[in-house]
Design a protein around this ligand. Structure first.
Ligand code: COA
Length: 376
């Protein structure tokens, strides 16, 4: 078959953990932890040696972020004030690892929806904000579990990993180096969220998404043409996680709070909104797309207020839920998977020729745009 070099999104897949934590459950557990901590350190607090912890609130979380619940792989230990972290048995090297397991589930759904035989897939990119080990690459394990003959590698651009993965896959198609590439984003964010930190304990949720990027010549009739992709990075310390292989060189600070997710949320909000809105407008201009004509924007799912502002700047009016759907209310921030969940759940109703935008933004800073048009 003659390849076209035109990349398309052939199908997507989603794996959602069955367990979910509501804001009420989360705040109840957090406040029990705060009460325990303050009680245990009451003398030191009274002496001014230790600061008393402040309680969290459901109203704050919902108003500041729009998040009402989040899915997690391991609920009970996260809500146990004595643990506040996921827990599961260590798996042997012969068992499928945790990230691979949920990644494979999302990939299988994408393959099934595209009617794609694994024998015809060339590559797997595991694009996520954290890898559960240094090597071998998660992507290679997922590739093997699916039975794909080809190659795979991991890439991490934090919240923008999936859109960076889509552009990378699209470039393989454009260059004729592949005809079918899986971009999989297993995000077990509960493992790097500090559930004891009032400022951020409500933010993240676990999920896995998969995007099958293919050459138009082999894709199913109903697909999304990729009209254009644009990536941008600007260094910032405002979202940071210092966990890494050099931690053991400084044993005194191993396990301190900076080895988990930390952010200056307000600065992120203020700096990222204008950067992303401008990037979308510039890229739409380059592609000769009238931004106000975008049928739908599947935006990164970190904060409802950020999305409202970005969508307004791009569309020229206050976006409704049909123009800019929200999934962070039930999924929380799922890092790189957020815009893909929104696309997966809210794209089937679009008509042929409709143009939309998948857009992610986050740590790095990093931002990625994928303009798509529905066919058939
Ligand atoms: N419960 C109750 N009050 C809380 C609280 C909690 N869990 N966490 C913080 N507060 C308090 C603060 O102490 C502060 O009180 P003060 O005004 O008396 O000092 C007040 O609420 C406001 O805190 P702030 O951190 O400025 O809140 P915010 O309005 O910026 O909202 C975020 C916080 C994180 C929801 C928001 O900044 C955000 O989503 N930013 C973008 C994040 C993002 O996109 N990150 C990408 C990650 S991938």
């Amino acid at each position: 078959m003659e390849l076209t070099g035109q990349p398309v999104i052939a199908a997507t897949g989603l794996f959602t953990p069955s367990d979910s934590i509501t804001n009420e459950e989360l705040v109840d557990s957090f406040n029990r932890f705060v009460a325990l901590h303050n009680e245990r350190h009451s003398d030191a607090i009274a002496a001014g040696e230790v600061e008393a912890l402040q309680p969290s609130s459901v109203e704050f979380i919902e108003k500041a972020s729009g998040i009402k619940a989040r899915h997690v792989m391991s609920k009970a230990p996260v809500l146990d004030p004595e643990i506040m972290s996921p827990r599961w048995d260590e798996r042997s090297n012969d068992e499928l690892s945790m990230m691979a397991e949920i990644g494979v589930k999302a990939c299988r759904q994408a393959l099934e929806r595209a009617g794609r035989d694994v024998a015809d897939v060339d590559a797997v990119l595991c694009a996520a904000s954290n890898m559960e080990r240094a090597y071998p690459a998660m992507a290679v394990e997922i590739q093997q579990a699916l039975g794909i003959d080809g190659f795979g590698f991991d890439m991490n651009v934090a919240c923008s990993s999936a859109t960076f993965g889509i552009q990378t896959a699209a470039d393989y198609i454009r260059a004729g180096n592949a005809k079918s590439v899986l971009v999989v984003s297993p995000e077990i964010t509960s493992g790097h969220l500090n559930w004891r930190d009032r400022d951020s304990h409500f933010i993240f949720g676990d999920v896995a998404t998969a995007v099958l990027v293919e050459d138009a010549a082999v894709a199913p009739t109903e697909h999304w043409n990729i009209l254009g992709t644009k990536l941008k990075t600007v260094f910032s310390n405002n979202i940071r996680n210092n966990f890494g292989f050099l931690n053991r060189a400084v044993p005194e600070t191993e396990g301190t709070a900076d080895k988990l997710f930390v952010q200056e949320g307000r600065k992120v909000f203020k700096e990222v909104v204008p950067m992303v809105a401008q990037m979308i407008l510039d890229e739409a201009d380059r592609l000769s797309i009238d931004p106000e004509s975008l049928r739908r924007m599947w935006l990164h799912q970190a904060n409802a207020g950020m999305n409202r502002l970005i969508a307004h700047k791009v569309l020229g009016h206050e976006a409704n839920d049909d123009e800019s759907p929200t999934v962070l209310d039930t999924y929380g921030n799922t890092s790189s998977a957020g815009s893909i969940i929104a696309f997966h759940l809210h794209s089937a109703d679009l008509a042929a020729e409709d143009v939309g935008l998948i857009c992610s933004f986050g740590a790095g800073y990093s931002a990625g745009c994928v303009f798509v048009q529905k066919t058939a």
